[in-house]
Design a protein around this ligand. Structure first.
Ligand SMILES: [Zn+2]
Length: 133
């Protein structure tokens, strides 16, 4: 289950979030019905994250979420995501080492300047669709 809308770095980040939620969900959520290893709660958090990635004003130059000055998550999903990341972060090194290392490298990149309007994937997709009309 990869993102159907995201591309490039944002698609990779979505993949990493999915893996982190799967690790968390496996250890914490008792739901009988899981989709791709995710209970309904974790799945809806992943979908929320996908939408936020799609609309991230930084687009491809997105900084790592923890240091981002924008804080686009609402408090409830933000707390839920934080809890899951704290648990799965250290475990990612064993389960998905390349993604874990990539994430560590991302944290070292400087935070980019505030992006121009329309840099999100969402905005660029809309603009492209308009051009084609
Ligand atoms: Zn879960």
């Amino acid at each position: 289950m990869s993102s159907e809308i995201l591309t490039g770095r944002l698609a990779k980040e979505h993949q990493t979030i999915k893996h982190m939620l799967q690790i968390y969900c496996k250890a914490h959520c008792q739901a009988e019905l899981k989709t791709n290893g995710l209970c309904p709660d974790c799945l809806s958090l992943l979908n929320y994250a996908e939408q936020k990635l799609d609309r991230c004003p930084y687009g491809e130059s997105k900084p790592d979420c923890a240091r981002c000055p924008i804080h686009c998550y609402k408090p409830q999903p933000r707390a839920q995501a934080k809890k899951a990341m704290i648990y799965s972060g250290p475990r990612m090194l064993y389960r998905h080492p390349i993604e874990a290392i990539q994430h560590i490298l991302d944290k070292r990149r400087p935070i980019p300047e505030k992006p121009p309007a329309g840099a999100s994937q969402y905005a660029r997709r809309k603009a492209n669709a308009k051009q084609k009309q």
